[in-house]
Design a protein around this ligand. Structure first.
Ligand SMILES: Nc1ncnc2c1ncn2[C@@H]1O[C@H](COP(=O)(O)OP(=O)(O)OP(=O)(O)O)[C@@H](O)[C@H]1O
Length: 255
């Protein structure tokens, strides 16, 4: 399996605080990789570096072997690295379907240099509907976006991210802020995207138990460093992880 996204010696410091410290990782194509770690471990900062929202203090990032360290977030999205909030321009007063159609439409413009025209409208709408099916939101197509429940809004964001058609999806805690009842539906959506098999998914999750059976590989961050990486079973057995993160000596409230 090929490496699609790679970092070498990636570091960033905020003032004197090193939030990401010498992280070298390789993300394999079409795999499901989870990044876990306690509060403040550096997960979101790592994503910000990979997607271009932050520039590293040291180190490099490669996409399919190409050095993209100096690329803007937009250029990275164009190359194939999609991150949810880059495109979450949800229009609150439009319907769910209209929002996704606009995302499909803007992607078509970027990719094919065509302009929105009546004859394309139907095909954009069909694509949008199929994305709504993927995220289990087709029954809300005609609902005004601002009226969606929190979990449904996250699903809408995922549909709009999928409309970008990027090969890599960086999902930063898609279940954050959700009620317990909403979580299974989002996990179902993520599972479905994984089963389609055509995307590389990198998922940040705070709670390991939720994503264990979905992941091909798990990376554990701790105090800005890569503490361990491996299959879910290897991570569960890893003593360093156990003592640092999985309840051993680690106290989340002290992070
Ligand atoms: N822009 C910033 N300026 C200063 N410090 C920052 C900035 N962004 C992150 N940090 C610090 O870097 C460290 C890593 O933060 P980060 O948000 O990446 O952790 P995380 O693993 O995503 O945590 P959580 O699970 O709580 O989201 C923290 O100590 C945080 O306070």
């Amino acid at each position: 399996m090929e490496t699609i996204l790679e970092s070498k010696g990636l570091s960033i410091a905020f003032g004197g605080h090193i939030a990401v410290n010498q992280i070298s990782i390789s993300i394999l194509e079409k795999q499901f990789t989870s990044v876990i770690g306690p509060n403040g471990a550096g997960k979101t900062t790592l994503f910000n570096l990979l997607s271009g929202q932050l520039s590293p203090t040291a180190g490099k990032i490669f996409f399919k072997g190409q050095d993209i360290t100096s690329f803007s977030p937009t250029d990275r999205a164009r190359l194939g690295i999609g991150r949810s909030f880059q495109i979450t321009n949800v229009f609150p007063n439009l319907t769910v379907l209209e929002n996704v159609r606009l995302a499909v439409q803007s992607q078509a413009k970027v990719r094919y240099q065509i302009f929105a025209h009546y004859k394309h409208y139907k095909q954009f709408e069909e694509k949008a509907l199929s994305l709504l099916e993927t995220v289990l939101l087709n029954n809300k197509a005609t609902v005004i976006a601002s009226n969606l429940a929190h979990g449904e809004k996250r699903k809408l964001e995922i549909a709009m991210l999928l409309a970008l058609e990027t090969e890599v999806l960086l999902l930063d805690e898609p279940t954050a802020g959700m009620s317990i009842e909403e979580v299974p539906a989002i996990l179902e959506v993520i599972k479905k995207i994984k089963e389609q098999g055509d995307r590389t998914i990198v998922l940040i999750e705070h709670k390991m138990d939720m994503i264990l059976d979905l992941s091909d590989e798990v990376m554990v961050l701790f105090h800005g460093e890569l503490l361990a990486r491996g299959t879910p079973a290897e991570i569960m057995d890893n003593e360093k992880v156990q003592s640092a993160y999985l309840g051993g000596s680690y106290d989340e409230h002290l992070a």
